[in-house]
Design a protein. Structure first.
Length: 283
């Protein structure tokens, strides 16, 4: 089992302190959420069954790859992830360059969580039709993969078209940094199984996590990719070692935790969680 921490549940003033302590303790990764903009009038939620947005429109937002590049310069081993980056809201040239830059500057430590996004009004504010967000994401991801691996590419698609271009340097990780699709919808699960290296889920029990693992493997087999397991990451903070074991037995590969109740408690909370979980997990 690998353990990451969620920076998005912390006050921004403590992101660096939490990251440095997490690296010292042996956490594998840190993860940041992102949005391009928050419209004043918001509705919906990424959490199934919820109708209200989980954050107000006034919440501070930063460019996630700029921030992770800063953290890369202050660290040496911890991996740096997005959960999730709204790839379809950007031209693939912009997205591919941001991801490549983080991977190169971090020495190959980028983890890229992507999603279609739950906030439809954000798409409208950017001048895009939210009904196209899944198709835009799929096409943008396909273009990015080609930019990261091919010497010269040209593209003509539904949303993006361009004549031959070159894109250098390539990411350090080959063929590209791991791509994790976030989301609980059937479309997100299909996208993770067919086009990504991993899936990033929300709050689950070990039982419901096992059901997702089985569904992902079924979808991957249907896509003809059964030779490789989908890496499963969950945003869950287990309370004891037995719960960690049950998530591991269910097929979960990584837990991204937020063991603090208040931001100012993050450093001692990380130490306390390490005492609970790391002996069992072999970290």
């Amino acid at each position: 089992m690998k353990f990451g921490i969620s920076l998005s549940t912390l006050h921004p003033g403590l992101h660096l302190d939490a990251t440095l302590e997490a690296e010292r303790l042996g956490f594998e990764s840190v993860w940041m959420a992102e949005h391009l903009v928050f419209p004043v009038d918001m509705s919906g939620s990424p959490h199934p069954g919820a109708d209200s947005p989980p954050v107000p429109p006034s919440v501070p937002v930063y460019d996630v790859f700029a921030y992770l590049c800063y953290l890369a310069g202050r660290t040496s081993t911890i991996r740096l992830g997005t959960n999730v980056y709204l790839l379809g809201l950007r031209h693939p040239f912009v997205a591919a360059r941001a991801i490549q830059t983080l991977d190169v500057l971090s020495g190959g430590r980028a983890e890229v969580g992507i999603g279609a996004g739950w906030l439809r009004s954000e798409w409208r504010a950017a001048g895009l039709d939210p009904r196209t967000r899944g198709r835009r994401l799929d096409e943008a991801l396909s273009v990015c993969k080609r930019l990261w691996t091919e010497e010269v590419i040209a593209h003509s698609g539904e949303f993006y078209s361009f004549e031959s271009v070159m894109f250098e340097p390539k990411p350090i990780q080959k063929p590209w940094p791991k791509i994790h699709v976030g989301g609980e919808s059937p479309a997100a699960l299909r996208r993770a199984a067919a086009h990504a290296d991993g899936w990033f889920g929300l709050v689950h029990t070990p039982q419901s996590a096992g059901e997702r693992v089985a569904e992902l493997q079924r979808l991957r087999s249907e896509a003809g990719l059964s030779e490789a397991k989908v890496e499963v990451t969950l945003s869950v903070t287990p309370g004891n070692r037995d719960e960690v074991r049950r998530f591991a037995d269910a097929g979960v590969d990584r837990l991204v935790v937020s063991p603090w109740r208040r931001s100012r408690e993050c450093v001692p909370a990380l130490r306390g969680f390490a005492d609970i979980a790391f002996d069992h997990a072999g970290c």
